[in-house]
Design a protein around this ligand. Sequence first.
Ligand code: 5AD
Ligand code: FES
Length: 348
Amino acid sequence: MDLLQKLDETNSLTKEEIVRLLKNMTAEKKEKLFDLALKTRTRYYGNRVFMRGLIEISNYCRRNCLYCGIRGMNANAERYRLSESEILECCQDGYNLGYRTFVLQSGEDMWYTKEILVGLVTRIKQLFPDAAVTLSIGERDIATYDALYKAGADRFLLRHETASRELYEKLHPGMSYDDRMGILRKLKQIGYQVGAGFMVGLPGQKEEHLAEDLLFLKEFQPEMIGIGPFIPHSETPLKEEKGGTVEDTLVLVAFSRLLVPEALIPATTALGTLSPTGREQALMAGANVVMPNLTPTLFREKYDLYENKICTGDEPAHCRSCIERRINSTGSIVDLGRGDNVRFIPEK
Ligand code: 5AD
Ligand code: FES
């Protein structure tokens, strides 16, 4: 059977089959792949695309991921941290714009203790009981994840970054592949809707590594999957490296949709950064989430994970309408609801 047909009908492929497909992608096969991915997305979620309000609460980070512009050792990064009242104001602005999911993202900033975070999540859920809270704050101890879930946090994003142990260890000095994978499993057990994901075009990354990423997703069945191109940042050890392409990233987005059909998959900002139509193309290749920025513009450009990040000068209301226009241009409609995974029946 044709491999694309097999992927579409069984939602699975072997590692060898994935590698073979990735190595022999033609324009025609891509068109077919994207078409199948979009059909699958439509089967599970209709033509709705979900919006999340992203708040980048701090760019302090104790880690030193080789690719990341806010790595602790980047002495030229201008650090900022939002206070609880500033974060609540962002949520209020987002709520007024219609958002019913807030994504709080930061570097691994230990200034936010378990107690501070629990207080923050509790307050957000009190003020906005019909909104979902997604955390994207990196590695913490299990007691913190537990306490935050009990405080009302609904979802947790923690990209696995790469499923190759060898690549993972090269890119993340002082971090452990087993810890990362262990935490992802634990987050699921606790009850979070969990987001995993990876970068495309990392130095040394081959088709075999990408096949491992896809098979990890297939096995782990995350509720959310974030995939973006690696974009070199001038203040990092990987500044001279090549970086990923929109084309390659779209192929992996489409594969992910077909391997994990119910997943919520964002059209990532990194894709929008590499091409003015990157996010629209991702929506046409199976993505069904966008994450407009709610961070106050004063801080936005400081949250520079990678070079030339888009929207850094734009007000939340501007992003809101810009993205709605983009979604509509792909033939989809905006869904401002919480946008839970179809597989997920919240216990709360
Ligand atoms: N290029 C692209 N994506 C990056 N991220 C971090 N640094 C970069 C970069 N230079 C991604 C990581 C992280 C997410 C928040 O941003 O995958 O999990
Ligand atoms: Fe902070 Fe990478 S340096 S997450």
